[in-house]
Write a protein that binds this ligand. Structure first.
Ligand code: ZN
Length: 301
């Protein structure tokens, strides 16, 4: 792309350069021209950059191609902004809080990503070759920083991403089955950012800690570990746990050894789950198949 084309496109996308815009949520960055956009379309790669899609995916394997808000908008159709009597500003503030605390697929919250991004910006400013500097940071510095966080137990290691997502998805799926008795008729389940007072089901010992500590998803998703919270409170809690691991095991009437056995089997089986369709039903059924009669009886939904 010529400098003029880049300038034009940046101007067209200027809404993504406002202060409150969050990378990954409101926009993504094309690693080739570093322009912010809601989605890196395949035509952008092939027409603007004259690069075959396969080459792009090889060179930038971990690039997020579509921002989360665009995914949400596509899913929901046009957002119903005023049904709660909130101003657009109030909604965007609430959303920003939500999205910044939400954990992404790499196990990092937006807060943590902003930290990484800030450091990256400093690095980038020192570099004299704009584009190259960005590309080097995106390809080298960021994975390194994520690795450091992974070492510190704050994030999922990149090489564990698949098994973490299998674990997390299975937990979400199991919880849908186990939460029912907690929900009464007057409660409305709602996503973060929905009507105030809508509720979510929270894992007191968090899914993230469960994965990190080798706890069986069945113990994490047992009703004894679930509590109903207004979504606003759940967002504040983020991935923190409100009970100890000992308390969780006690409530489940199990031992770390038994829990870890199930965890290890889930992790082993997740290697056979396709990356493009992390089917929780498949994982669940394979788990039952590989388990002894006693565990099957205990874990069958
Ligand atoms: Zn580009």
């Amino acid at each position: 792309m010529t400098p003029t084309e880049i300038k034009k496109m940046k101007n067209r996308n200027k809404e993504f350069y406002k202060d409150e815009m969050v990378e990954g949520e409101d926009y993504v960055i094309c690693p080739l021209c570093s322009i912010r956009m809601s989605m890196i379309k395949s035509t952008h790669i092939t027409n603007r950059h004259k690069m075959p899609l396969a080459d792009f995916d090889l060179s930038y394997p971990n690039t997020q191609k579509i921002c989360k808000n665009r995914v949400i908008n596509i899913k929901n159709g046009l957002a119903k902004t005023d049904e709660n009597g909130l101003t657009k500003h109030q909604i965007s503030v609430a959303k920003a809080q939500v999205t910044k605390n939400a954990i992404g697929e790499d196990g990092l919250s937006i807060h943590q990503k902003i930290g990484i991004k800030t450091r990256n910006t400093h690095l980038r400013n020192k570099d004299e070759n704009g584009l190259n500097g960005y590309q080097r940071i995106a390809k080298v510095a960021r994975p390194k920083q994520i690795k450091t966080m992974a070492r510190n137990g704050d994030a999922i290691k990149p090489e564990e991403r698949h098994q973490w997502l299998c674990y997390r998805n299975l937990c979400i799926w199991l919880t849908r089955a186990t939460r029912a008795p907690l929900l009464t008729d007057d409660m409305i389940l709602g996503r973060a950012g929905s009507t105030s007072g809508n509720v979510q089901v929270d894992h007191e010992y968090s899914v993230f800690h469960g994965y990190r500590d080798g706890v069986s998803p069945f113990d994490i998703c047992n009703i004894v570990n679930l509590v109903v919270l207004p979504w606003e409170e759940n967002v504040k809690k983020n991935r923190k746990s409100s009970i100890s691991l000992d308390e969780l095991l006690q409530r489940n009437n199990t031992t770390m050894e038994d829990s870890k056995k199930e965890y290890d089997l889930i992790i082993k089986l997740s290697a056979g789950i396709p990356q493009d369709n992390r089917s929780s039903i498949l994982l669940y059924e394979q788990f039952l198949e590989e388990s002894d009669a006693e565990i099957c009886k205990k874990r069958r939904l």
